[in-house]
Design a protein. Structure first.
Length: 379
């Protein structure tokens, strides 16, 4: 090989080696920056996920405790404990009192998101703000190779709202004489002074519906209290005295007293006129009495098969219920019921009116009302 060719190749190789070194010198910082950026993006996403998990757990624990204990300080402590049990960026999440808000959540319309309002007399929600900012107890989160990017930390903030939809419910049912009749058409199946027919009478349909209602409550994850009120009018028929309205079973978490009272009432004739307002008044007394929970949603399920013919105007009683934040869902059973008045009763409290043309529809309505509200919503 000629010496000139060898010198030429040596020069070319030297040029290529020098060019590669220059290329590496240029691209290496870019590669380091890209690697640092990718690493930090993954780290930030992980920390945000951890913060979301910790904040959700904190708000859920507080809402559950608020439901069970009905006590804000205890619920606040549970929020802090749950937060500390979850690690964010390798450290327990620490939340301050001001980052734990108690308030009320409501759903403006069916299917819409719940809206949280802090404070108020009725509390059913807890909003926890979890953050790792410079002013938080845990401080900001350190980034990997932060000096390369010119940013050493990032400061994520996540808020979670949990709503425990506890309910205190009072069934207010009509036990006037018309409840002995057939569901459709006139006539009374069975003897006039005997017990209502268990399947053909309106009272029999109601008994099945009430059984379905409490069965449905027992299937819901939350614990509802439920009571029973029955109304008609004062009088005496068939050798039995009747009162205008009775609190048959007070609020309890167990529903056997309601079953027992419905069985007792079903064992004798139901008689009298229809004093709907008296039933609503007793329902209000139950839901504002010593067994009611201050932070529970309170509602009356009001049933009638007829028309008010005793006592004051039911809408006036409904207005009294609305003043106590009690919602009335009004149910009419049979075509003889006063649809317009019962619809007005429901509207006065923000409730709904339902109509059941037969016993199967009545049971379906009662089961629907029992299972409408979810246990816990986190936003």
């Amino acid at each position: 090989m000629k010496l000139s060719n060898l010198n030429h190749r040596t020069k070319c190789t030297g040029h290529r080696t020098g060019a590669m070194l220059v290329l590496i010198a240029i691209t290496l910082p870019i590669m380091i920056i890209m690697a640092a950026f990718a690493l930090n993006v993954a780290w930030m996403q992980l920390v945000r996920t951890e913060l979301r998990t910790a904040t959700d757990a904190s708000s859920r624990a507080a809402a559950k405790t608020l439901s069970l204990q009905q006590d804000v300080p205890t619920a606040r402590q549970e929020a802090k404990k749950a937060a500390r049990r979850n690690r964010v960026a390798n450290s327990p999440l620490l939340v301050r009192n001001r980052e734990i808000e108690f308030g009320f959540s409501r759903q403006p319309s069916s299917g819409s998101r719940f809206v949280f309002s802090p404070g108020g007399e009725v509390l059913n929600s807890v909003r926890v703000t979890g953050n790792r900012t410079a002013t938080s107890r845990g401080g900001p989160v350190d980034l990997f190779l932060g000096g390369v990017l010119g940013v050493n930390t990032f400061e994520p903030i996540v808020a979670a709202t949990s709503t425990q939809l506890d309910r205190d419910i009072c069934l207010v049912v009509d036990r006037s004489g018309s409840m002995m009749r057939n569901v459709v058409g006139g006539g009374t199946p069975g003897p006039n002074c005997g017990p209502p027919h268990p399947t053909l009478s309106r009272w029999g349909g109601l008994s099945i519906a009430v059984a379905g209602f409490v069965d449905e409550l027992e299937q819901t994850p939350q614990q509802e209290q439920c009571a029973l009120v029955s109304y008609s009018s004062d009088g005496r028929e068939c050798g039995i005295s009747f009162t205008t309205s009775d609190i048959n079973a007070d609020l309890e978490f167990t529903y056997q007293p309601i079953r027992d009272e419905m069985a007792r009432l079903s064992s004798r004739p139901v008689k009298g006129f229809t004093n709907i307002a008296a039933g609503i008044d007793d329902g209000i007394d139950v839901l504002t009495g010593p067994r009611s929970r201050p932070f529970a949603l309170r509602s009356i399920v009001l049933l009638t098969d007829g028309i008010k013919n005793r006592g004051r105007e039911p809408v006036q009683a409904a207005n009294d219920a609305a003043a106590e934040n009690i919602v009335i869902n009004a149910v009419t059973f049979s075509d003889e019921a006063d649809f317009a008045r019962m619809r007005a009763v429901a509207n006065a409290t923000g409730g709904k009116h339902y109509h059941a043309p037969n016993a199967a529809a009545l049971e379906a309505i009662f089961r629907e009302i029992a299972s409408t509200l979810p246990v816990l919503i986190t936003d």
